[in-house]
Design a protein around this ligand. Structure first.
Ligand code: KIV
Length: 271
């Protein structure tokens, strides 16, 4: 077990550039108390209560189908683990697209539930809303590239920034996020070379998912890391366990033991 001895704060993350000798950041999604405990015991830097909650936990087909109330519910569960890892809560689709007031109120709900920062998707066009959140003393993590909440505009979940013009816009967006005051940026599903360029030109750290090894950190969905799902996976997913198989086998064994009158035995009974 490699539980860390210090609390991870936003300033610690902000200064974590691999080019300055820091080791890469590790962010993993977590949606509940026991998972947060495991992630913290293992020593991750950041636990993201991502809007992937929508797909991974609720079984929806996209991330847009989740509310601030639901994110808040899961941020509370994760925060109850009192982790040394920084807890970041995702802002759901439409929770930061309307008025500044509405945006700040939504971000504040996620912070009041225990997150230390929020994450939201988009570049230049989100800068004013990000500024409003920052003005309320709430740190913001950016998210560029494949931004799943924009799946209708992007025409699905595809690698972004392959064309030179798209890549140029992404670089400009990354600089806009840094200038407004984001403390880090997630880069999702973009070519390795583009992630490398963005990482090398920013002072704040980049955290990649499907963006190659040159970012200042990596993020992965907890259930992908464990091999929870028995279905085809994205190219960048490396499962460290076949949890689907192991869990199914464990439950099958339990069923067999009950059917065979082997569970519970006498020593598992009260006398
Ligand atoms: O919600 C999520 O899991 C995310 C990660 C993919 C970065 O945003």
């Amino acid at each position: 077990m490699s539980e860390r001895d210090h609390i991870i704060t936003v300033p610690l993350i902000t200064s974590n550039k691999v080019s300055n000798g820091s080791s890469p950041l590790v962010m993993v999604t977590g949606y509940d108390y026991p998972t947060a405990q495991i992630l913290d015991q293992a020593g991750v830097d950041i636990i993201l209560v991502g809007d992937s909650l929508s797909n991974v936990v609720m079984g929806n087909s996209n991330t847009a189908d989740i509310s601030v109330k639901e994110i808040v519910h899961h941020v509370k569960a994760v925060s109850n683990a009192n982790t040394k890892a920084l807890v970041v809560g995702d802002m759901p689709w439409l929770s930061y697209h309307l008025s500044y007031k509405n945006t700040v109120i939504n971000a504040s709900k996620i912070i009041k539930a225990g997150a230390k920062a929020v994450k939201l998707e988009g570049g230049k066009k989100r800068v004013d809303h990000i500024k409003a959140i920052l003005d309320a003393e709430i740190p913001v993590m950016g998210h560029l590239g494949l931004t799943p909440q924009s799946f209708n505009v992007l025409g699905g979940f595809k690698v972004q920034g392959k064309l030179e013009a798209q890549a140029e816009i992404l670089i400009q967006d990354a600089h806009a996020l840094e200038e407004v005051g984001c403390f880090s940026i997630v880069l999702e599903a973009i070519p390795r070379s583009l992630a490398n360029t963005v990482t090398n030109t920013l002072k704040i750290p980049t955290i990649g998912i499907g963006a190659g090894p040159d970012c200042d950190g990596q993020v992965i969905v907890f259930h992908d890391l464990l091999g929870f799902f028995n279905k085809s996976k994205a190219k960048f997913v490396r499962p460290y366990l076949d949890f689907n198989k192991l869990a199914t086998e464990a439950v099958e064994k339990f069923i067999k033991d009950v059917k065979d009158h082997d569970y519970p035995n006498d020593s598992e009974s009260y006398h």
